[in-house]
Design a protein around this ligand. Structure first.
Ligand code: HEM
Length: 407
């Protein structure tokens, strides 16, 4: 159990240091460490952290403070990184100012506008049928085998197979992109190599695509104007990396996390299958519950305060999104899965100007998967406990063994 060390009192606010290190991979051996975050929230919404590996930052575990960090972009910049690093969070970030996630408005608004039309609710609605087909076919194969590993055989393949359509990735290249993006969200040096491979892929492809029509993402980026000028090749490649990594490495974990949540809550699963719960609200609750992105980082550009804690210019601040999703000040029964929860202001997809560009697409994908699971005349059951990846970047399972059961 976590031991709390109270180090400082500032008026009504209690500043605490927990002996827990949120960047210790072992903490994530069984998925997100909700008990640790609950203990932290009880002590206060903002905590100073100094990781064993050297990373120093403020950990924001409360919903209200987290929302402030993500919406007040003039105070908390994205240009010095959007994810914690193991050691020095103040080192210059490659790609800063050249891809949406590492840019502040107004440049951010221009870069995002270049591709936003591909991802509006209207634009992605038409992918629903394809998503249903792909999910249905992968689930059909799994059922025909009597079960298997949902994480690798369905969840990992399904979102990118659908999104490849928008991203302009031919089917034969999907495994390569899955492998490279998978490495890009590992901790440490593998991440750089993974991003390198994604960008090398797009850099090679960019010349060929210039002369071809019909590649939606690249077409949009080639046609875009920011400040009256075309985007540079570097900006285009970095923006592709941003979108492709985000697209392929999160939705699959939301899919696995959603199925696990349903299998662990049979009453809720039955209610959903019997049509007693709206699929749309179930999708929102499963997003709140599965919360694949563990944190997002910002850097304070001036001295400020957060829930009474003084933050200095240059300090790194990380919002732990799954913790915000379980904040009892905002959610009734936060540790219960309530598929018809309303309202549901979860922060799984972020907030503010960087709110996930793929938000509508993720909802289409999860809805299609749920509809396929609901429509099937057999159900699934856990065949063995899931194996987690132990990651403080993405809440992900290595495997989710399931078996087919009647009913
Ligand atoms: C369940 C799946 C997903 C989750 C949990 C997720 C989560 C997030 C979060 C938390 C952010 C905010 C980052 C920040 O504030 O710094 C974000 C941004 C982003 N996401 Fe997603 N995402 C998901 C799926 C997708 C998909 C399918 C795409 C494909 C288009 C995508 C593309 C992006 C992009 C491009 C950004 C950066 C937006 C910007 O900086 O303006 N995401 N996502």
């Amino acid at each position: 159990m976590t031991s709390l060390t109270f180090i400082e009192k500032q008026g009504a606010f209690l500043s605490v240091s927990l002996s827990v290190d949120l960047l210790d991979p072992a903490l994530y051996a069984n998925g997100n460490p909700y008990e640790v975050w609950r203990a932290m929230r009880q002590a206060g919404p903002v905590h100073h952290q100094e990781a064993r590996t050297g990373s120093r930052y403020w950990a924001v575990v409360g919903h209200e403070a987290g929302l402030r960090v993500l919406t007040e972009w003039k105070v908390f910049t994205s240009t010095r990184g959007a994810m914690l690093r193991e050691d020095d969070n103040s080192a210059p970030y490659p790609g800063a100012g050249k891809m949406p996630i590492l840019t502040d408005p107004p440049r951010h608004t221009e870069l995002r506008r270049a591709v936003a039309r591909l991802f509006t609710p209207r634009a992605v609605r038409s992918l629903g049928a394809l998503a249903g087909e792909v999910a249905g076919s992968l689930l059909g194969d799994l059922r025909a085998r009597g079960g298997g590993d949902f994480a690798t055989e369905v969840a990992a393949r399904f979102p990118l197979a659908v999104q490849a359509q928008i991203l302009g990735i031919p089917a034969e290249d999907v495994p390569l992109i899955l492998d490279a993006t998978g490495r890009s969200v590992d901790e440490g040096e593998d991440a750089a190599a993974g991003h390198h491979d994604v960008m090398a892929y797009f850099l090679k492809a960019i010349g060929a695509w210039r002369s071809q029509a019909g590649r939606d993402l690249i077409d949009a980026l080639l046609a875009a104007r920011a400040g009256g000028l075309p985007l540079s090749d570097e900006e285009i490649v970095l923006t592709c990396d941003n979108i492709v990594v985000a697209a392929s490495q999160t939705a699959q974990h939301a899919a696995s996390g959603s199925l696990l949540a349903l299998l662990e809550h049979p009453g809720m699963w039955r209610a959903l299958r019997e049509g007693r719960v709206d699929v749309g609200s179930a999708v929102e609750e499963l997003l709140r519950w599965s919360a694949p992105a563990t944190h997002v980082m910002r850097t304070a550009v001036c001295d400020t305060e957060l829930a009474g804690t003084p933050i200095r210019a240059g300090d790194a601040v990380a919002v732990w999104l799954p913790s915000a999703n379980r904040d009892g000040a905002v959610f009734t029964d936060p540790d219960e899965l309530v598929l018809d929860r309303s309202p549901n202001p979860h922060m799984t997809l972020g907030a503010g100007p960087h709110l996930c560009l793929g938000a509508a697409l993720v909802r289409v994908l999860l809805r299609a998967l749920l509809e396929e699971l609901i429509a099937a005349d057999t159900s699934l059951a856990l065949a063995a406990p899931p194996v987690w990846q132990s990651s403080w970047v993405i809440n992900r399972m290595r495997s989710l063994p399931v078996t087919v059961v009647a009913g």
